[in-house]
Structure formats: C-alpha cells, structure tokens
Design a protein around this ligand. Structure first.
Ligand SMILES: Cc1cc2nc3c(=O)[nH]c(=O)nc-3n(C[C@H](O)[C@H](O)[C@H](O)COP(=O)(O)OP(=O)(O)OC[C@H]3O[C@@H](n4cnc5c(N)ncnc54)[C@H](O)[C@@H]3O)c2cc1C
Length: 467
C-alpha cells in the first residue's frame, strides 16, 4: 500500500465507504482544481453566497491528500509577519490582513462547530518561545510595531506559561490567544462532506490535464472533458508544474514531522494538556503540539528542496530527516525517550515574499489561482476561500480589493541556481542555529548567508518598520 501521512491515514480509516462519490458532469458554472483547504473553502463559500451556482471540485487523489491532510495543524496568523506586510502592502492593508487572520481562527472554529466537523479544533492560543540565548528578544520588534498600530494581541509569557510549554529548553517568549491546532485531515475531509451537502459536486481520482478558453472554458481531465464558465487553480505545490509561468514564483521545500505513540500520562506530567502549538524563534522553527488522544507531534521546516519544483516521490514517503527531528525532541524533552509512531513530510510552496498570491491567470477574468502560502496556510487558506469566492462571484468587496490579489510577483533565480543556492543557505542556517543552541558565536559567513533566507521565518525578526 502507498505510504500515507499519519493524519490522513487516521482520517481515512475513520470514514465509512462513501456513497456520494460522483462522476464528472459535462458542464458547470465553476470548476475548481484541487480538493485541499483552498479548493474546498472556495467551493463552500461560493455555494453559501450563491446557492444556485453550480460548482464542481476536481481532485486527482482523495481530497486532503496534498498539504491540507498532512500539515502540522498549527493554526497561526500573520500578526508575526506584520512588518513584512507593511513593507509589501502598506500600513492599512497590513492591519487588515493581520487582524483578519486572527479573526479567521475563531471563524474556522465556529464553522467546525456549526457543521459538526470533529477535527480536534482547539483555539488554545500559541506560545512563541525562546529556546536559546540568541533568540531572546526576537519577537519584540514586531510586537512593538503591532502595539504602535494598536493591534497587538500578544502578551509576555509568565513563568506559569513557560511551564505550559512542557520543556525546560524554553526560557521565555510571547503568548497569543488567537491561534490553536487542528487535526488537518479531519478538517479537510469534513469540508468535503459539508461541500457535498451544500450541493458541490466533488469528483475525486480525476486529474486536470489542460484547458482551452474560447466562449466557455473547455477543461480536459483524466475522466473526460467538462465545460465551465470559470476555473480556479487551487493546486498549491503542483502550480509550477501545471502552469509554467509560476515556475520561478515559488520554491518547494519540505516540512517534516514525527508523531509519538499515545502517552497521555507523560503529557500530563509535562503540563501539555492543551492544544496550543509551541514554536521557537529561529528561521527553521521547531514546533510541537499535542493531540486529543495523547500524542505529541513535532515538526521542522526547511529540509528537502526539489529540483525544478517537481512534486517528487520524496514528498510522499517517511521523512528523510528523522535524525534531525529526533534531535529536536531530545533537545526539548531531555528527560524523556518518546516512542515514535510515524514520520512524514510534504511540500510547502514558499513564495519570494512569504505571502500567498491570488489572481487572474494571464489577466483572464474567468481563470483564477491561489497559492504560495509559504508554510502558513491552515488559517490563511480560509481567507484564500474568501478571496477566490468573491472573485468568482464578481463581487466588489474588501477581499477582491485586497493587496494579495493580482500582485506583481518577484522571481526566484532559475534552476540549478535556485536549488543549489537554497541548499547553501539552508546549510548555513543549520550551522548558525546549531552554534546558537550550543551557546557559541556562529561564523560570520553563516550569519550573513542566513539573512538571504529573507521571508522564510515565521516571525519578522530583523525587518524594520517602514517609515
Ligand atoms: C508538511 C507540511 C506541514 C505544514 N504545516 C503547517 C502548519 O502547521 N500550519 C500552517 O498554517 N500551514 C502548514 N502547512 C501549509 C498548509 O498545509 C498549506 O498551505 C495548505 O494546506 C494549502 O492548502 P491548499 O488547498 O492550497 O493545497 P493542498 O492541500 O496541497 O491541495 C492541492 C490539491 O490539488 C490537487 N491537485 C494537484 N494537481 C492536480 C491536478 N492536476 N488535478 C486535480 N487535482 C490536483 C492535489 O492532489 C491536492 O490535493 C504545512 C505544509 C506542509 C506540506
């Protein structure tokens, strides 16, 4: 049997055989390619606003088989990227997007409750910690900037908060209540169920091949042709392979994770009885969270970069980097030996700016795309759904006007320079962060190279508030 990431496997084994599986219709108003969070939120929000619109979602595997069914499930916001947002889009848009991302956490929770999606959605906040001396003060600039713009929701962690991280390695940090965690595969499979109940046709095991735009759109798939008025690409990591103009707009990089066997007693001893993700303040963050069945999941990004942005088989296998993950577990929990249930990995689509992009393909009013979440997509794809559904329905609102739509996108260098350069910078970051963990001064060259990672960090650490 094909290897499956832990979350997706658990979600699928809990499902009974599906009698609602649908065949490809001949036509639709809207066809959405990709049955992950972006595609399904877009379908649901389109149907909720316009029940008469005929929406079809086409997914080449099962819905949730991409990033949405295998991510860390950390529900995080753009508040920690506020300075980047201001530099890119100006103060008002930065405020709008940061605040909207915080509200989205609560909107997702409310949606899961209303539609009875049992996906362990816990809005218990998040702890951004300092796990070595060099990290101290990393969040202060962005929190100061949030405060001076009257939108700060973070507070300094108390000594009690530090104990709630379960690790003696975390010495201080910041807490925000607007965050949480979710079992992502249960969420995406639940969205599929809700979409179908609203009348969306969800056609799985059907692959988009190409389309032609004439009076209407003629879309060729592995199961035949469908005609539509509008088409949306919600294919995340597959976008550069499907549409060459995106070949240099993202770099595909793995995020890798391990999950332990159930150990509720140990988690209780460690004070880890909440669902708040704990994230340290380095470029390639360590992040961990618990599950309702007493497991601990730890993840780390920035490991494997795929040549030519191919979604290679490496992304569909156990993690090649388990030694690094084991090392992180030992560093955070030096007094415990955890039994690992499974490791897995998946591709994140990092854009040059670290922000996602939405818009019209080649200026066509009928063909849309949304991608580039850069490893921050669980909450942000909900906003992606608001943007894409508003664009589909031809609305004129804060989402169609928002700065993420029809941006001028900068390029990464072409391959082989991109991938080789990514590995050079990755290794420099690793050496720098290892030196800092050992309380040593990193090599100046490594510190310099690390700065080239630009927007890769979850927190704006060195960015300055624009004048
Ligand atoms: C390992 C990992 C960990 C992550 N951890 C976090 C986290 O903790 N917090 C966070 O906020 N974000 C995280 N992310 C990012 C987040 O998972 C993504 O941003 C988000 O899931 C993107 O959703 P999507 O629907 O756009 O893409 P996907 O879920 O990847 O959906 C795209 C879908 O398109 C389908 N598809 C592709 N090509 C075709 C085709 N030709 N025809 C038909 N269908 C096609 C794919 O099969 C796939 O199901 C992580 C990502 C990864 C990979």
């Amino acid at each position: 049997m094909r290897f499956q990431p832990f979350w997706f496997d658990s979600a699928m084994s809990a499902e009974s055989p599906d009698p609602t599986s649908q065949s490809l219709p001949k036509s639709a108003d809207v066809v959405i390619i990709g049955g992950g969070f972006t595609g399904l939120w877009t379908a649901i929000m389109t149907k909720l606003q316009s029940p008469e619109t005929d929406v079809v979602v086409i997914e080449k595997g099962f819905c949730g088989q991409g990033a949405s069914g295998r991510n860390g499930g950390a529900m995080l916001t753009w508040s920690t990227k506020f300075m980047s947002l201001m530099t890119l889009f100006g103060r008002e848009q930065a405020k709008f997007l940061a605040v909207a991302s915080e509200q989205a956490v609560h909107e997702i929770k409310a949606f899961t409750e209303k539609h009875q999606i049992a996906c362990d959605c816990c809005v218990d906040g998040t702890y951004y910690t300092y796990s070595n001396h060099a990290q101290h003060g990393a969040l202060e600039p962005v929190i100061k900037t949030l405060s001076s713009n009257a939108i700060n929701q973070w507070r300094k962690m108390t000594a009690h908060d530090v104990t709630l991280t379960g690790s003696p390695t975390n010495s201080a940090g910041w807490y925000s209540p607007h965050a949480g965690s979710v079992q992502p595969a249960l969420l995406v499979r639940g969205l599929r169920r809700v979409a179908i109940s609203l009348g969306v046709k969800v056609v799985e095991h059907t692959e988009y091949h190409q389309h032609a735009e004439m009076n209407s759109l003629s879309i060729e798939t592995s199961k035949g042709t469908i005609n539509a008025r509008k088409l949306v690409f919600a294919v995340n990591a597959w976008l550069p392979s499907l549409i060459p103009r995106f070949a240099r707009k993202v770099v595909l990089v793995s995020s890798d994770m391990v999950i332990t066997k159930p150990m509720p007693e140990t988690l209780r001893e460690l004070n880890l009885t909440h669902g708040a993700p704990i994230i340290d303040s380095r470029i390639f963050v360590n992040y961990y969270r618990t599950t309702s069945c007493g497991r601990l999941m730890l993840g780390k990004g920035g490991n494997y970069f795929s040549f030519h942005n191919r979604v290679s088989d490496t992304f569909d296998a156990p993690s090649r980097y388990q030694t690094i993950l084991d090392h992180s577990l030992k560093r955070f929990f030096p007094n415990h030996d955890f039994a690992i249930e499974r490791s897995w990995t998946g591709p994140s689509d990092r854009s040059v700016t670290g922000m996602p992009f939405f818009g019209h393909l080649n200026g066509s009013p009928n063909v849309l795309f949304g991608s580039g979440y850069s490893g921050n997509g669980v909450v942000q794809s909900f906003l992606g759904g608001k943007i894409l559904s508003s664009l589909l329905l031809g609305l004129n609102n804060e989402w169609t006007d928002c700065a993420l739509v029809d941006q001028t996108l900068p390029d990464f260098p072409p391959d082989p320079i991109r991938t080789l350069g990514a590995y050079v910078v990755r290794d420099a970051i690793r050496r720098k962060e290892q030196a800092e963990d050992a309380n040593k001064t990193p090599w100046p060259l490594d510190s310099w190279l690390s700065r080239l990672s630009g927007s890769a960090a979850k927190v704006d650490m060195s960015a300055k508030e624009p004048a």
